[in-house]
Design a protein around this ligand. Sequence first.
Ligand code: UFG
Length: 320
Amino acid sequence: MKLLVTGGAGYVGSVCAARLVESGHEVVVVDDLSTGHADAVPQGCRFVEADVAEVAGSVLAERFDGVLHFAAKSLVGESMVDPRKYWEGNVVTSLRLLEAMRENGTPRLVFSSTAATYGEPDSVPIPETAPTAPTNTYGATKLAIDQAITSYASAHGLAAVSLRYFNVAGAHGQFGERHTVETHLIPIVLQVALGQRDQVQMYGTDWPTPDGTCVRDYIHVTDLADAHLLSLQHAEPGTHRIYNLGNGTGFSVKQVIDTCREVTGHSIPAAVAPRREGDPASLVASSQRARDELGWTPHRADLTTIVQDAWNFAGLGRPA
Ligand code: UFG
């Protein structure tokens, strides 16, 4: 297929673009490099450095078989203090992209959605039928886009899939996580092991969880990318399908730090810090629907494997 990958210079976008090229697809990446890196765009992709909202129409005037839409603002904390950046950067940009797809007859869309659309769950594991009640602006913008996609699928025959990621981690060889402002747990803990930070702060040890720290469902970025390839194959015209992507197993902040200690051989000092606003206690996915309907099977589900791959990538010393 000939595919447009928006945000293909970012973490998940670059890994998916690499997997698409490895699988023989023709890939065009559009990324404005606001948070991505030009050297993260995989070899074999055509790269257009531009804002998706501005160039979607002209790029899609060439015939494409589908779009994988990763380009987005994705910092939960920032979304609470600068909502315009999220409503405009995520929702307005996605509406422009949907219109460009409609005008040019682009048939398929795979969208990078998030577990943050569910908010604080009533129970875990979380199925796709759980109520959507985002607790932050980031999740609200992704939910709004999901709803717009549903409308476009039913009105205009778009074949669409939204993938709701839980906690993406790990690396795909030379493609991994390089955020200028790092907020995610595993890369932060590995920065301590690399000597780039003195300690990791555990945001709360009084949560209603077995060891008092928050529980999350960590999914390997390569397994996540595979779900995108399967989604392209299974997308059906006029239908918008939604799938949760996680491993169905939760790990606490303390368990993650312990695994990082084992993998790196570093003592990794950890301190107790106040809870971070907006954090749910426990988020674990039910990915049964993705397994049943897409035939998705994660191959790198083990937390040690996920951390080992992230550690190997961190050792490459690529600048953030
Ligand atoms: N944490 C710490 N210390 C840190 C960083 C994180 O204790 O220095 C804790 C957080 O409080 C949380 C857990 O580690 O309990 C994981 O935090 P991350 O920031 O790595 O990930 P989140 O669960 O907050 O968010 C991720 C994605 C979001 C997405 C969300 C959906 O980054 O984009 O999952 O579940 F919305």
